[in-house]
Ligand binder design. Structure first.
Ligand SMILES: Cc1cc2nc3c(=O)[nH]c(=O)nc-3n(C[C@H](O)[C@H](O)[C@H](O)COP(=O)(O)O)c2cc1C
Length: 192
């Protein structure tokens, strides 16, 4: 049975470098046989997490929809922009809502515990956003995910996607694709 993967980036920018890199990893996962759904976190209605709001109104519709999307996939493929050495508030907020109890009381953590995740990143900086990956891996493991060792941090990404300069080098594209393929393989094995 082929694995299902939910893919998203921590950026809301239409020209997101992480969104572009994610497409290569998605292609690799699909080539390896996975069924991949790509979503934009910014499309979910997710107010900044607020315990009073949650107590008063329950989970916002966007949080329920994101939980539902995660529930229906075996693994997460995440492209993580770096903001001041960490990952983005958009991404953290989505993960925080995801972890909250669902209507009926079951923990949101049940939706991710034991599932696989892969993290990649792209940045105009030389380190390619690798610090955001470190921070994100800690959180993903805390919520019970199995984060695969394969990853890619693409530095000077604003130059690498420039079509006038030949676009992404095949070797770099291949590295991103291989992360997606590795996730597909791990998710398939875990699903057995
Ligand atoms: C508030 C803010 C903080 C940033 N901090 C970092 C940083 O610590 N390291 C880094 O490599 N890039 C940093 N950047 C640059 C981002 O990597 C860059 O804007 C990147 O294009 C964002 O990802 P995206 O293209 O997927 O939206 C920062 C950008 C912003 C807006």
């Amino acid at each position: 049975m082929s694995a299902t993967i939910l893919a998203f980036s921590g950026s809301s920018r239409s020209a997101s470098l992480n969104g572009k890199l994610l497409q290569y990893a998605v292609a690799g996962a699909r080539e390896a046989g996975a069924s991949v759904t790509v979503v934009r976190l910014a499309d979910y209605e997710l107010p900044i997490y607020d315990g009073d709001l949650e107590e008063r109104d329950g989970l916002p519709a966007g949080a329920r929809a994101f939980q539902d999307a995660v529930a229906h996939h075996d693994a997460l493929l995440i492209a993580s922009p770096e903001h001041n050495g960490g990952y983005t508030a958009l991404l953290k907020n989505a993960l925080d809502w995801l972890s909250r109890p669902m209507p009926g009381g079951r923990s949101g953590l049940d939706l991710v515990t034991g599932k696989a995740a892969a993290v990649i990143s792209a940045s105009p900086g030389i380190l390619g956003g690798v610090r955001s990956q470190t921070a994100l891996r800690i959180v993903l493991e805390k919520v019970g995910m199995i984060v695969i060792p394969q990853s890619l941090a693409l530095g000077q990404a604003h130059l690498q996607f420039d079509e006038a300069q030949g676009g992404l080098k095949p070797s770099v594209a291949g590295a991103a694709q291989s992360v997606g393929a590795a996730l597909a393989n791990v998710a398939t094995r875990l699903a057995v």
